[in-house]
Design a protein around this ligand. Structure first.
Ligand SMILES: [Zn+2]
Ligand SMILES: [Zn+2]
Length: 346
């Protein structure tokens, strides 16, 4: 049983891995899973094609993907100036400017990203490329965060497959740290830190979930969540925007493979927070940054959430009750044919 501290080189922090505690008795809250069969179209779903949204706008009769401005944006170019601008003393405020968008993956209400064909995922990756390029090229936008919250365990009530984009006038904290660490590593060693991580994972191989010629999925040595997985192109790209057709194809295949393993693990739709980590678009030097996707699934067991508590919320460092090697072995054994389909796409 693993009982040690592991260094997270991208966040510059220690993770306590205390896997010897994972079977300790639990009498707290558990999560229920009642898997319902979803229809392909739902008349009051605000994401289904042709439907009216609360804003009064109507969705296109889209047939593949559909991008629209969030009707309840957390950031907007028309955000009001703050009531009172604080510019002296310790407090500071400013308008919440940016763009908040929604990207529907499919007109089909009942499918998840894991169930899309590789070609459909490739098409979605191209939409993400366009969004990053378009939003990132705006002078007022310093960062484009593309993310998906999936499942009720992370607070999503509408199962229609979709993600969100927050294009902001600031760089999100995790990306800011990764970008700084990447440049420091480049300056000190002449190497790309994320490529050193990929190299270490391939050398060890126990935590590699799946790889093909141009992309790889692995559970990092320093995973904070039980089933945390990183998916990355093997060549260094600062963002998704510069991946070639071949790289996009391989990346889509590895992404699909990872998602299918998640669902197969407990034969249920697997909840997660997925985030694309791409270089900021503020004009800085990000030559050491390596684009990747991070999955942070909230479950430790089919009915057991990883609660963020004293160490994580109170102290800011993660306490992991599971061994990355054991959890990676579970995903490696989970199979790459989706349990709902029963036919291989590979
Ligand atoms: Zn829908
Ligand atoms: Zn990252």
């Amino acid at each position: 049983m693993t009982w040690e501290e592991r260094w997270h080189p991208l966040r510059e922090e220690w993770i306590i891995v205390a896997a010897h505690r994972q079977n300790r008795p639990w009498s707290g809250e558990t999560i229920e899973h009642a898997e319902e069969l979803l229809p392909e179209y739902v008349s009051d779903c605000y994401l289904c094609p042709g439907n009216l949204r609360v804003s009064g706008r109507r969705n296109d009769d889209y047939t593949s993907t559909f991008v629209f401005d969030n009707d309840h944006p957390c950031v907007g170019m028309d955000a009001p100036p703050p009531q009172k601008v604080e510019s002296s003393g310790i407090y500071l405020n400013r308008p919440a400017q940016g763009f908040a968008r929604v990207v529907c993956y499919s007109p089909n209400h009942s499918v998840a990203l894991a169930e899309l064909e590789i070609s459909e995922i490739e098409n979605l990756l191209r939409v993400w490329q366009e969004q990053y390029r378009e939003l990132g090229s705006r002078p007022e936008i310093n960062h484009v965060l593309i993310f998906e919250n999936k499942g009720e365990a992370v607070g999503v009530s509408n199962p229609h497959p979709h993600c969100q984009i927050y294009a902001t006038n600031f760089v999100f904290k995790t990306i800011e740290t990764e970008a700084r660490v990447s440049q420091q590593h480049l300056a000190a060693t002449g190497r790309i830190i994320f490529q050193d991580i990929i190299e270490a994972e391939r050398a060890d191989n126990r935590r590699v979930i799946f790889e093909n010629e141009r992309a790889i999925a692995f559970m990092p040595y320093f995973a904070r969540y039980a089933y945390e997985v990183f998916v990355a192109p093997k060549e260094r790209h600062r963002s998704l925007a510069t991946l070639s057709d071949e790289e996009l194809r391989d990346f889509a295949a590895v992404l699909k493979n990872t998602l299918v393993r998640f669902d197969n693990l407990w034969r249920m739709p697997f909840p997660y927070v997925m985030a694309l980590h791409q270089a900021p678009t503020d004009g800085g030097d990000y030559s050491g940054f390596h684009f990747h996707v991070e999955f942070h699934p909230p479950l430790r067991r089919p009915t057991l959430l990883k609660y963020l508590a004293g160490p994580e919320i109170g102290g800011g460092n993660f306490l992991s009750d599971t061994s990355p090697e054991e959890k990676a072995a579970e995903l490696r054994a989970a199979g790459d044919v989706h349990y709902k389909i029963g036919a291989s796409n590979f």
